[in-house]
Ligand binder design. Structure first.
Ligand code: PLP
Length: 451
């Protein structure tokens, strides 16, 4: 038995994997990874795979990046972790200062946590608690977009709209008000702004009808990633900020997946020229090294909690690993890499190359949409283009592409029938070409099969 197979067997005897029907692994092989370098992962027998999805969208500057690795190892030899209640340390302070400096204006307080979902929970609690602290106790609703995803803990799941993830837990979840997503699936770019404007009208109706009852609107700016890399234009964000101001509700920007350069700007909100009241960041924050998240908010929000202890206005929320020093060091090193070269300009070039490389799919009879926002490129397989008919999700055609790509040394992880590239920013032209060739051949294969 080779080393890959040996570890697979041990794994399946004890592990329970995330977002996985474990029975699938009776026929779907686990990939045992022993090391990584740049965009490449290596299995236990030395076979290499391009990490086309940045290991669930977290990796920005490649695996085993020497700059980040050194920073983490130096920090580990000085201070690995210390409680952050009543204690402070230089890496946490420096990181908070840097985050305030790189995020949109007005976000000048940083609350650390340890995962994307925990950041979302914090933003929801802070918004709700803010309104109580300022005496508006009638506000207890959140508005979300259809097809949104904000994490898997109960609060975050509750403000998401990903049916597949939440159906089983419905009785435990809060009920958000759901506004239609401005998702521009299969629309030509020229129609995106008009489409989004129509969806803003529907958002207005919801805010009007529920005036005085809403704490916040929560959105994934520009790309609904887990919802299938569905995209919409910056104009929606601009309009949404104006609506939130008009109806005096908070805007929570969940930049967990799209922050740190993914969409072409450092943060997606910048493209709409807006500052949210809360911004959640995670994933790329530590360059994909360590679990960490942060919620940034305004001075005004912070002030509403600032009072004598006995008034119970304080934000009494914590996670044991809040402000972990190793994670702070990884995040600081990641932000330094943005300062060392013009990453966003280089990414623009890479993004153009990605799009050019998949151009043969433009006329493919089973590719209904090729869409791109910065370093996210998605191709959606459909049963028919005209009139548009989507594949039944139960056919699981994306898995066929995944399986083919694995044989070719590419790790793609489709979302349903959506194949996407979201690679580390250190990918080169040849690697992009390989990704595209494999995706094209895989899509051909998967869409030729009969249901
Ligand atoms: C937009 C968004 N919010 C929240 C989360 C949850 O983050 P985590 O998996 O770190 O809890 C994700 C994860 O994919 C995400 O894409």
């Amino acid at each position: 038995m080779d080393k890959n197979e040996a570890i697979r067997r041990r794994d399946l005897a004890v592990l329970w994997h995330p977002t996985t029907q474990m029975k699938d692994h009776e026929w779907l092989s686990l990939l045992p990874v022993s090391s990584g370098k740049g965009v490449w992962l290596e299995d236990m027998e030395g076979k290499r795979y391009i990490d086309a999805i940045s290991s669930w969208w977290v990796n920005l500057f490649g695996h085993a990046n020497p700059h980040i690795s050194n920073a983490v190892s130096e920090q580990a030899n000085r201070l690995e972790h210390v409680i952050l209640a009543g204690v402070t340390h230089e890496p946490a302070v420096r990181l908070a200062e840097k985050l305030v400096a790189v995020t949109p204006p007005g976000l000048d307080r940083v609350f650390f946590a340890d995962s994307g979902a925990s950041a979302v929970e914090i933003s929801l609690k802070m918004s709700f608690h803010y309104w109580r602290n300022v005496g508006e106790r009638g506000r207890d609703r959140f508005v979300t977009l259809s097809n949104s995803y904000h994490g898997d803990t109960l609060g975050a799941l509750g403000v998401g709209d990903a049916g597949l993830f939440k159906a089983a837990y419905e009785p435990l979840l809060m009920e958000p008000l759901v506004a239609p997503s401005p998702d521009c699936f299969a629309l030509p770019r020229a129609q995106w702004d008009a489409h989004a404007a129509g969806k803003l009208d529907q958002m207005r109706e919801i805010l009007e009808t529920n005036e005085g009852r809403v704490c916040a609107v929560i959105v994934e700016p520009l790309v609904q990633c887990a919802g299938g890399m569905r995209m919409y234009p910056p104009a929606y964000l601009t309009g949404l900020r104006a609506l939130c101001d008009e109806f005096r509700v908070h805007l929570i920007a969940d930049e967990i997946a799209v922050g740190f350069g993914r969409t072409g700007s450092m943060f997606a909100c910048e493209q709409g020229g807006i500052s949210p009241d809360f911004m959640c960041v995670s994933k790329g924050l530590t360059g994909g090294y360590l679990p960490m998240s942060a919620v940034l908010t305004s001075h005004a929000v912070y002030q509403a909690f600032y009072d004598e202890y006995t008034t119970m206005r304080g934000f009494l929320h914590s996670h044991s690993y809040t402000g972990n020093a190793l994670a702070c060091a990884a995040a600081l090193a990641t932000l330094e890499l943005f300062e060392q070269r013009d990453v966003l300009a280089d990414n623009r070039l890479l993004a153009r190359k990605m799009l050019a490389a998949v151009s043969p799919l433009k006329d493919h009879e089973h590719v209904g949409d090729i869409r791109q926002t910065g370093m996210i490129l998605a191709m959606e397989m459909v049963a028919r283009r005209e009139p548009l008919i989507q594949y039944d999700w139960k056919e699981r055609r994306g898995i066929s592409v995944y399986q083919y790509a694995m044989t070719q040394g590419v790790l793609l992880r489709p979302i349903g029938n959506v194949i996407y590239f979201m690679p580390p920013y250190v990918i080169n032209s040849e690697e992009i070409e390989l990704l595209a060739q494999v995706a094209i051949a895989g899509i051909d294969l998967a869409t030729r099969e009969q249901a």
